[in-house]
Design a binder for this molecule. Structure first.
Ligand SMILES: O=C(CO)[C@@H](O)[C@H](O)COP(=O)(O)O
Length: 210
């Protein structure tokens, strides 16, 4: 694509007891966005944060809060997250996507759709081609639920196909991204990179964008 990808550190790998300073550390060094993993312990076997934490963090930063909803019934989260100050609202493909996109936009958030490794790429086409489309596709490069997993290079085929079909779409990749995999994802066409353990695990998260 020829552009420097945005870097979105996944706050799931941060010290939640010091969320505001962890966010600042990332924004000072490397982050364009902050990636917020919202998990309900049902859609995925892990339970993380929700609107109250987004609201607290919003008091400390104006950064784009890129929320990835790994929850059952994401529509129930639109209003509270909009009120809390979320910027992006990325949900997993589901039947009532038209109503969901409309509601997300009505709360001034940016809608995105996520693809688990087992979800077929064709499932997102109607959401991108719609008259009221999503503005980003998130291609998961691990099974959703936990940080620190191994990158699945075979997911790059999805990124390549999406980039060819949608030259100006935001394509985000998430899971196992670090120094040895970011380049592969960027060359496949990803322009938003989520990185958790590789950024928070590093003493020096790096000033480089890619
Ligand atoms: O959504 C998820 C996991 O479900 C991710 O955002 C991870 O939190 C990324 O962490 P690393 O794989 O980069 O450690």
């Amino acid at each position: 694509m020829g552009v420097t990808p945005k870097i979105a550190p996944s706050m799931l790998s941060s010290d939640f007891a010091n969320l505001a300073s962890e966010a600042k550390r990332m924004l000072d060094f490397v982050a364009d966005w902050l990636h917020m993993d919202i998990m309900d312990g049902h859609f995925v076997p892990n339970l993380t944060i929700g609107a109250p934490v987004i609201e607290s963090l919003r008091k400390h930063t104006k950064a784009f809060l890129d929320c990835h909803l790994m929850v059952t019934n994401p529509i129930d989260y639109v209003e509270p997250l909009g009120k809390a100050g979320a910027s992006g609202f990325t949900f997993h493909v589901e039947e009532n996507w038209q109503e969901l996109i409309q509601k997300i936009k009505s709360k001034a958030m940016r809608p995105g759709v996520a693809l688990k490794p087992g979800t077929l790429i064709e499932e997102v086409y109607p959401l991108v081609d719609s008259e009221n489309p999503v503005e980003m596709v998130l291609v998961m490069t691990v099974e959703p639920g936990f940080g620190g997993q191994k990158f699945m290079p075979q997911m790059m085929d999805k990124v390549r196909v999406l980039r060819k079909k949608y030259p100006s779409l935001d394509i985000e990749v998430d899971g196992g991204l670090g120094p040895s995999t970011i380049e592969m994802a960027a060359s496949a066409g990803a322009n938003c990179i989520v990185a958790g353990s590789s950024k928070f695990g590093a003493a020096e998260p790096g000033t480089e964008k890619c």
